[in-house]
Ligand binder design. Structure first.
Ligand code: LLP
Length: 441
């Protein structure tokens, strides 16, 4: 388990999060429930922001990659912490707008942004759009011209760096669906194309090499390749980029195969990248670019714990023991999608010795609906409260109503106080958009 100050085992042998007993939380709010630790989220936002301040003279902006967790409260916290956000859809942008987020600090991504999404972005005066196709550049230039504005843009480019992570979360390989490759000349061609657009102002380049990455060298390599490309473009096209966006991707702890990083380790990631940028800039006589970075998982991932209640237990002697919970792939599809590993405990019996190895199964009608496979636990009983750690990123944001289960509510905890940030769904929410045409009535 993570050794954060706000996550501990209390005198009753119960898990405690943000000064609140997980068993009390489960009783009051019900399960399944996402619990978010506000202090952890704010600390993570601050470590990125403050490191840019300290090591780079504040010449940059952290953008929380809100695909990791999007709801009105998180945009509000990001605004309070004076950081920006990265949005990837009209829905994320709309949520930010409704939360009163200053949209000039938002950057929009997406490999296939839809016309209404681009219109929403421009109408709300989005800070920067990261262009990922020729068609998008043409459409955006037209929309900007209609609105008599010059839109700031960057280009998503692909340095061809492979990071050691799951194939689906690697995004900067040459065969990726994202970005213009440096190696085949595509990045240079789109640069020329966008420089020719009257209503677009090209700030520079963005790259994102993948997610759940721990090797600093992968980031250094990617930054180096992009800076070399910037130098090439300067000498060949006379365009000197004023901004560089290095994406997100820093890893977090899920289970004991992962390191447990401290705040200072995340500061080190940032410093290492800044050092690489400074060195490359000096070597290539480039001015220091304004730095954007887009951490998502590392800001909210370890801040989240999901609480469940244990229900059915199926023991197949000598083969497997299943412990079923009241949640599953509808609130956390990451095992089903990526075979992601999680650490679990019984929150009401957190000091008891683990005496068996079990598989935690969800309640969906699907064999692959598992949350954790072969994990150690004390002998679980129906009614125990189970806590699954590091579920703050890409859980709620990828949740669904599969099997017409409810997407769980989420609470934000701090100093012994809890508030809903996402309220519970009801059966009526599930049928809200259903329609019975006359001929079926
Ligand atoms: N910037 C861009 C352009 C991205 O595509 C992503 C993540 C991020 C930033 C944030 O990366 P992070 O710091 O969170 O690693 N659903 C998958 C993760 C997909 C990540 C997609 N892009 C999962 O559950 O592991």
């Amino acid at each position: 388990m993570n050794e954060r100050a706000t996550l501990k085992i209390n005198g009753k042998g119960h898990l405690e999060i943000g000064g609140m007993d997980a068993v009390d939380i489960a009783e009051k709010y019900g399960t399944p429930l996402y619990v978010f630790d506000e202090e952890h989220i704010r600390n993570m936002m601050r470590v990125y922001r403050d490191t840019i301040e300290k090591e780079y003279g504040g010449n940059g902006l952290v953008l929380f990659a809100s695909k990791a967790f999007s709801c009105m409260a998180i945009y509000k916290i990001a605004a309070e912490e004076k950081i920006g956000v990265d949005v990837v859809s009209g829905g994320e942008l709309y949520t930010a707008v409704k939360a009163g987020f200053p949209v000039e600090k938002a950057v929009m991504h997406g490999n296939n942004k839809l016309l209404p999404e681009l219109e929403l972005a421009l109408d709300n005066k989005i800070g920067v759009v990261v262009i990922d196709s020729y068609k998008e550049a043409d459409v955006l230039d037209k929309l900007a011209s209609e609105r008599k504005i010059v839109q700031k843009v960057m280009l998503r480019i692909n340095p061809g760096v492979e990071a050691h992570t799951h194939a689906f979360v690697q995004t900067a390989r040459t065969d990726s669906k994202f970005g213009f490759s440096i190696s085949d000349g595509a990045a240079k061609s789109i640069t020329e194309h966008v420089l020719g657009k009257k209503n677009l102002k090209l700030l520079g380049y963005q790259c994102h090499i993948g997610s759940q990455i721990f090797e600093k060298q992968s980031f250094v390599l990617a930054v180096g390749k992009v800076m070399d490309f910037m130098s090439e473009i300067k000498s060949e096209l006379g365009f000197e980029a004023e901004a560089l966006n290095v994406g997100g991707g820093f890893g977090i702890w899920y289970n004991d195969e992962d390191p447990k990083l401290k705040l200072s380790d995340y500061a080190d990631f940032v410093k290492t990248m800044i050092d690489a940028i400074k060195e490359k800039a000096a070597r290539n006589s480039l001015k220091l670019p304004f730095l954007y970075m887009e951490p998502g998982r590392s800001i909210v991932g370890e801040a989240g714990v999901t609480l469940y209640t244990v229900g059915a237990i199926k023991d197949i002697p000598g083969i497997k023991k299943y412990v079923a919970i009241d949640g599953g792939m509808f609130d956390n599809p990451r095992y089903a999608l990526y075979q992601s590993k999680y650490s679990v405990i019984l929150a009401n019996r957190a000091t008891e010795e683990c005496t068996e190895v079990v598989t935690v199964a969800g309640k969906c009608c699907e064999s692959g609906d598992l949350i954790a496979v072969d994990v150690p636990l004390p002998e679980a009983k129906s009614g125990d409260i189970m806590a699954v750690f590091s579920t703050g990123a890409y859980n709620y944001s990828m949740a669904s109503n599969y099997n017409r289960n409810f997407i769980p509510a989420a609470i934000l905890v701090k100093n012994g106080k809890a508030d809903y940030i996402i309220k519970p769904q009801t059966y009526d929410d599930l049928i809200r958009n259903d329609v019975l045409p006359d001929r079926l009535k």
